[in-house]
Write a protein that binds this ligand. Structure first.
Ligand code: 5CA
Length: 455
């Protein structure tokens, strides 16, 4: 089945997301999908909190003059901003933008907070919805008009060096985040013509979807003093001089959820990394006539034993076991316990792991140890599989050959790496190869220009 068809179907069949909301580019997180989102963003919250960031919350509405303050920024977003023009029947004297991203409201406030160098650094983030009137093809969780899970971090520093260090810290935080989820990535410095509006430079994480196209799943921007000069975020230095703050910002969105689904799934459905699985272990009682009680009793006993350590669920619906197996395989539940009368007699437990679809038996006495090992092994296995597929999508060429690059990108797809050469690194290279220049990247110790067809 073609990837985008598989992707749309799995969102519905695994009850993750409902696209039928009556606004294009907007959709609904169903409870199962919402839990995946919650566990996923708990990981990034934890990483940010443990590296000195504080979570905050800013208004969604931005007055027109504020949004337009930084020339590059508004130029980059003016075609994508949603405007509020009325309060009820009353026309507003100042149009209000629905935040496409929150540099302007946050930096307006930072001006009020920052006076002396000891007020710095500021390292805050928020996880909110943002709005972009995307004109390209919208896709659920991939290209939204209401970006429902937009984690944006914004920092301000008293030296250029510290801001540079912050960019490095943000990159390492995202590396840990995607490594924890088993999502492979290539880190590139975006070309000048494709950096974030108002930034000095943009570092981006791109992954490769099953259809061979790349997806930008995170970005880190060094803003220099562009915004602090516009917003007058001025501080007194230790020597009593005045200087403008040095800033960075970095963001991820629902695309992380889309990547978990797309990269780890198989033809059967989702395969969820245990760390984000709403149900990590599902217990299926195999009910045989006259043995209902003994089986249910054992199922409940196992549930009690596991429930404090794992997210475990007993599927006691009155339907055939095969139906239950199918439902939970589609939903990507990493581990299944099947419990029937014969097993109980022999003190055995049958386990099924979703990633390899293999069934195996263990003595009840070793169940907990085997569960812990198997869940860890599932994570390792799906991460290795994802990296293998990712590496297979990368083609290194000795030199630039537009025809060969076009051929690779239309047949094999993925990312083409050509040795970095300043003289060819410009916008017309994109036209020559009829693809996107992701940027300059380090790959296995060498510097390349990365080229791909992207989402
Ligand atoms: N329309 C969209 N739908 C879903 N995700 C999006 C959309 N537009 C951007 N993103 C994701 O949001 C991330 C951050 O967006 S951004 O424009 O690159 N950067 C910012 O807005 C900066 N303020 C850092 S938060 C992108 O890397 C991309 O992964």
């Amino acid at each position: 089945m073609e990837f985008s068809e598989w992707y749309s179907e799995i969102l519905e069949k695994a009850e993750i997301y409902d696209v039928r909301y009556p606004i294009k580019g907007c959709g609904v997180y169903l409870p199962y999908g919402f839990k995946i989102r919650r566990y996923t963003f708990e990981i990034i919250r934890d990483l940010l909190d443990k590296s000195g960031h504080d979570e905050a919350l800013f208004p969604m509405l931005i007055p027109e003059d504020l949004l337009a303050k930084e020339a590059e920024h508004i130029k980059g977003f003016e075609d994508e901003v949603y405007w509020v023009t009325h309060g009820g029947k009353t026309p507003l004297d100042v149009k209000l933008a629905l935040r496409p991203t929150s540099e302007t409201p946050i930096y307006y406030m930072m001006k009020l907070w920052v006076k002396v160098h000891t007020d710095l650094p500021i390292k805050i983030y928020q996880i909110v919805n943002t709005f972009r009137y995307e004109t390209k093809h919208t896709r659920p969780l991939i290209r939204l008009r209401e970006i429902m899970t937009f984690k944006e971090a914004h920092t301000a520093h008293s030296t250029k060096e510290e801001a540079e260090e912050q960019v490095k810290e943000a990159i390492s935080i995202y590396k840990k985040f995607f490594d924890t989820l088993g999502i492979p990535y290539l880190i590139s410095k975006r070309p000048e013509w494709d950096k974030f509006p108002g930034a000095e430079y943009t570092m981006a994480f791109d992954t490769i979807f099953p259809d061979g196209r790349t997806m930008q799943i995170a970005t880190v921007h060094n803003l220099g003093q562009n915004f602090s000069k516009t917003f007058e975020i001025i501080f007194e230095t230790p020597t009593g001089d005045k200087d403008y703050a040095y800033q960075t910002c970095y963001g991820i969105s629902d695309r992380v959820i889309a990547s978990i689904i797309a990269i780890h799934g198989d033809e059967k459905g989702l395969i969820l990394p245990p760390i984000v699985a709403p149900i990590q272990i599902v217990i299926i009682p195999l009910i045989f006539k006259g043995k209902e009680d003994v089986v249910m009793e054992k199922a409940k006993e196992l549930y009690e034993k596991l429930k404090d350590k794992y997210r475990v669920h007993i599927d006691d619906r009155d339907i055939r076991p095969g139906r239950k197996f199918n439902d939970w395989e589609i939903k990507g539940v990493p581990l299944r316990i099947e419990i029937g009368p014969k097993d109980i007699e022999n003190g055995k437990i049958t386990l099924f792991r979703r990633d390899t679809m293999e069934k195996f038996q263990v003595d009840e006495s070793e169940l907990e140890e085997v569960i812990e090992k198997t869940l860890n092994n599932i994570m390792e296995n799906i991460k290795n599989r994802a990296h293998e597929k990712f590496e297979n999508f990368i083609t290194i060429l000795e030199d630039i050959n537009p025809e060969e690059i076009k051929k690779i990108l239309s047949e094999k797809r993925g990312v083409v790496l050509i040795p970095f050469k300043e003289e060819i690194y410009n916008e017309e290279l994109e036209n020559k190869v009829e693809a996107t220049i992701l940027g300059e990247t380090e790959y296995k110790g060498k510097k390349y220009i990365a080229i791909a067809k992207t989402y």
